[in-house]
Unconditional design. Structure first.
Length: 425
């Protein structure tokens, strides 16, 4: 947005800030949040505090630095209000889980480490955050964030103290952080219609089990080397000799990688599915859905633990899910794979639509980073990072609301859902 567009939206922004930042105790702090949001939304190559302050008539660099880096206002109630406000406006078909990286120099930015950096496509010095977004075919918005704390930071009291990492925060795997977010959002009365995620999460049997235990449906990507048994495979136990423990029921045939199982079905088993209208016409490809039983040591142990806890014994039967496979026209072999625990009678077109809807999150990251300066923050502290991310999320939410209801009298008008917003989120 240019400066004139921001000025025209000042009244709506003031109402938005009054609602979303109502938990911030001081009036001057709420005024600074309004100023910071305008700085994020005004066009400009850099969205560092210095650069933003220079573009705003009421911008004061020192005040904004203090507000973001040292002020004690709690970002969690602000994010809660954003989530409560945005979920009914977007009307999500799913919540998407992903992580985003922030390349950094040096070792003193909070939670920075040499790790895989998606922004650069390689191992590099960066921060990584896990995010959960409400997504539909036409709109999306972040609901909550977790900064990933690498293992090396768990036992580094000097860096933790200098950056203000809370004592109770330690290393926690990304998939656990995602489940933590679902638990927190559930505490706010927000439950996903379904969860979608890339193979970084979908590949993890513990993550899928965590969703299952929370009664959350999912459609998650997996790699081609994940092994499964056919749905009709039956475990069996060898005859007991009478000595020692009775043999456990096991599947006697070796599980197959999903790539081999799909290829064995042949191209003719795949049917064309259209999942939505794109800017260049209908988006369609060829898909196959099969009922399978995920194999592997971890899947078996999780299934055994669940069955033992409920019934006291395990018959060796692995839970069944749907395997969705894409084999595009012209491709020599299947290209993409997903697992879903949605009901077996879920239409294939709905599975495909949910599998593909995860890419909506790319719109969010594009605007959050390139338009709103998500990765432009130059501070190093835990507090500063969380304040900045919360303010960027608020700016994104405000812009999303304006696109979804451009003629609304106020930013707090009743929820609407437009099928043709002027811009994507």
């Amino acid at each position: 947005m240019d400066a004139h567009e921001v000025n025209r939206a000042r009244a709506k922004l003031a109402l938005f800030v009054a609602d979303v930042f109502a938990s911030v105790p001081r009036k001057d702090q709420r005024a600074k949040s309004d100023c910071y949001l305008r700085g994020l939304m005004v066009d400009g190559r850099r969205k560092s505090i210095q650069a933003m302050a220079s573009r705003l008539p009421d911008g004061n660099e020192q005040n904004l630095q203090q507000f973001v880096n040292q002020s004690t206002w709690d970002p969690v109630p602000v994010r809660r209000r954003i989530a409560e406000r945005m979920v009914p406006r977007i009307g999500p078909d799913a919540w998407a889980v992903d992580d985003v990286s922030f390349p950094k120099d040096g070792k003193m930015s909070v939670a920075v480490a040499h790790q895989y950096c998606g922004a650069l496509g390689k191992q590099a010095n960066c921060q990584v955050a896990v995010s959960v977004h409400a997504v539909s075919d036409t709109a999306s918005c972040p609901l909550q964030w977790r900064l990933f704390v690498p293992r090396e930071w768990a036992d580094d009291p000097v860096r933790r103290r200098r950056t203000g990492v809370p004592e109770e925060v330690g290393h926690r795997e990304k998939w656990r952080l995602a489940l933590d977010v679902f638990d927190e959002l559930a505490g706010w009365g927000l439950v996903p219609p379904a969860v979608v995620a890339d193979a970084g999460y979908g590949q993890n049997a513990d993550f899928r089990d965590g969703l299952e235990r929370r009664n959350i449906g999912y459609v998650v990507a997996i790699r081609s080397d994940v092994t499964v048994h056919p749905h009709d495979a039956v475990p069996a136990a060898p005859p007991w000799s009478g000595n020692g423990r009775r043999p456990q029921p096991r599947y006697r045939d070796k599980p197959s990688p999903v790539a081999a199982l799909a290829a064995d079905q042949g191209r003719q088993a795949f049917t064309e599915v259209t999942w939505r209208e794109g800017s260049r016409g209908p988006m369609r490809s060829r898909f196959l859905a099969l009922r399978v039983r995920p194999a592997g040591v971890r899947s078996r142990r999780l299934a055994q633990a669940a069955a033992t806890a409920q019934e006291g014994l395990w018959d060796g039967v692995l839970p069944d899910v749907t395997l969705l496979v894409e084999w595009p026209e012209g491709a020599e072999a299947p290209t993409d794979y997903w697992l879903s625990n949605l009901p077996a009678d879920t239409p294939h077109a709905e599975l495909v639509r949910l599998a593909k809807i995860r890419r909506r999150i790319e719109h969010d990251y594009r605007e959050l980073k390139h338009g709103l300066g998500l990765d432009h923050f130059e501070g190093r502290s835990w507090t500063g990072w969380h304040h900045h991310v919360t303010l960027v999320t608020a700016a994104h939410a405000f812009l999303t609301e304006q696109r979804l209801a451009p003629k609304a009298d106020t930013a707090d008008s009743p929820s609407t859902r437009s099928s043709t917003p002027s811009r994507t989120c």
